[in-house]
Design a protein. Structure first.
Ligand code: SAM
Length: 261
């Protein structure tokens, strides 16, 4: 049963582009939408998956997934898309209790996935040089219930870092090659380094820097592609959508090794 403090994604599905809102339920709370008000008391006592009928509109009450939270983020920077975030976490073998670092924080999209994977006992150390971006990411992440396992640091990732014994480090900014030697002491031996860059010149420089470094072993470099489909069985339509995101960027994976003695 839904109760005060539960987080609900309220979806209005009748529209061509389903519209949704994420709220934390509070007694006597209300959500104002362009379709009218939804009173939290109408949701409390129902279950996830229930349909709420209001006049001619039907709202579905859902438990938000990590991707749903991301869809509701306020974006102030380019972000890492959900598919790239998921694969990045998988490359590093993230699990609950791990300690990971990232730069930059940006809008907190990757931070969300990292925290989702390492909570409740792990920790994410998220670095950025822009205080406004950190503040916005903190706001974005506040409703997810994951804030306790994230430490934000206003710091250039190329400056000496205090954090140690990390299981993985994720670099998503324009010049990851400038930070590779700097983050090496923060990573455990056999820890993972994942870099994301959109431009191929950055890929070349980053891989060159990794291969030069005595602290890293370059595993692979690849792109994730996704093709969305329009499916309408009633009209026998099934085809790739006409307009789609065709490119996001390149992932580079390396592993921290001990230099030859
Ligand atoms: C593309 S955005 C990161 C997006 C983020 N991964 C997300 O998914 O929302 C790049 C971020 O790196 C930050 N940045 C740039 N240079 C940096 C540096 N030297 N140290 C730390 N952060 C840096 C920028 O301020 C910006 O917020």
């Amino acid at each position: 049963m839904l109760k005060e403090g539960d987080i609900v994604r309220i979806v209005e599905v009748a529209q061509r582009q389903p519209k949704s809102w994420i709220v934390t339920l509070v007694r006597d709370g209300e959500l104002s939408t362009h379709l009218g008000k939804i009173f939290h008391n109408e949701c409390i006592g129902r279950r996830y998956g229930d349909q709420l009928k209001k006049e001619k509109k039907v709202f579905i009450l859902l438990k938000p997934s990590v991707r749903d939270f991301l869809r509701h983020f306020r974006l102030k920077t380019q972000i890492l898309y959900a598919d790239d975030c998921a694969i990045a976490c998988n490359l590093a073998g993230l699990s609950s209790g791990m300690r990971v670092g990232e730069a930059g924080t940006g809008s907190g999209a990757l931070t969300l996935f990292l925290a989702h994977n390492v909570h409740p006992t792990g920790q994410v150390f998220s670095f950025d040089i822009n205080a406004d971006y950190i503040a916005n990411a903190q706001k974005n992440l506040a409703i997810t219930g994951l804030s306790d396992c994230i430490t934000f640091k206003l710091q250039d990732i190329r400056a000496p870092l205090e954090v140690r014994e990390l299981d993985a480090f994720f670099l998503d900014f324009s010049s990851p090659y400038e930070a590779i030697d700097n983050i090496a002491p923060s990573l455990k031996s056999s820890g993972h380094l994942i870099c994301f860059v959109p431009n191929w010149g950055q890929v070349e420089e980053t891989v060159a820097q990794i291969r030069k470094s005595p602290y890293f072993f370059h595993v692979d470099t690849f792109e994730i592609t996704r093709r969305n489909f329009t499916v309408n069985p009633e009209r026998h339509i099934m085809r790739p959508v006409f307009r789609d995101l065709v490119y996001s960027g390149i992932l580079i994976h390396a592993i921290r090794i001990n230099p030859n003695q």
